[in-house]
Design a protein around this ligand. Structure first.
Ligand code: ADP
Length: 156
């Protein structure tokens, strides 16, 4: 039984989610955490980080050519790793479109943000990015595997 649970945990998908400084300063941490939690996803890593500008730019390296790159400051970040079936793709759905003006109501950015430069949250956009971002922000020993007793009610 314990072995089955270990296999389940090993196979479960993980994504990197970060509440950006605007979300932290606006007191939206609990609101955002609760949306992922109520969905049935599992929090397996969490920390408050103050990354250097270099580190923040490493995270956003794919946007290096974009005009807004230098303005992408990640000073103070509530960094998390969430686990669950389909969490990468569905996490992006919970978050909504990059531009809050285009995010559907009911999504985090749709409900809680107004402009693209202050869209309060980041979420990995695919399996490769998720792996890279989790490795960039977390050491393996900072992530936990545990059984949440609600899992049998979430997954059947
Ligand atoms: P997402 O965060 O939805 O994955 P991107 O990876 O395209 O979107 O962009 C990363 C971040 O860069 C966005 O979340 C947003 O904070 C910022 N950004 C994107 N486009 C703009 C823009 N036109 N002006 C200002 N900031 C932007």
């Amino acid at each position: 039984m314990v072995q089955d649970q270990e296999v389940l945990a090993a196979e479960m998908e993980r994504t990197f989610i970060a509440i950006k400084p605007d979300g932290v300063q606006r007191g939206l941490i609990s609101e955002i955490v609760s949306r992922f939690e109520r969905k049935g996803f599992k929090l397996v890593g969490i920390k408050v980080v103050v990354p250097s500008k270099d580190f923040a730019q490493k995270h956003y390296h794919v946007l290096m050519e974009r005009p807004f790159f230098n303005g992408l400051a990640l000073v103070l970040l509530f960094a998390m790793v969430w686990e669950g079936e389909g969490v990468i793709r569905y996490g992006r759905k919970l978050i909504g479109a990059t531009d809050p003006q285009k995010s559907e109501p009911g999504t985090i950015r749709g409900d809680l943000a107004v402009v693209v430069g202050r869209n309060i949250i980041h979420g990995s956009d695919g399996p490769e990015t998720a792996k890279d971002e989790i490795n960039l922000w977390f050491k393996p020993q900072e992530l936990v595997s545990y059984t949440n007793n609600a899992e049998k009610w979430i997954y059947g």
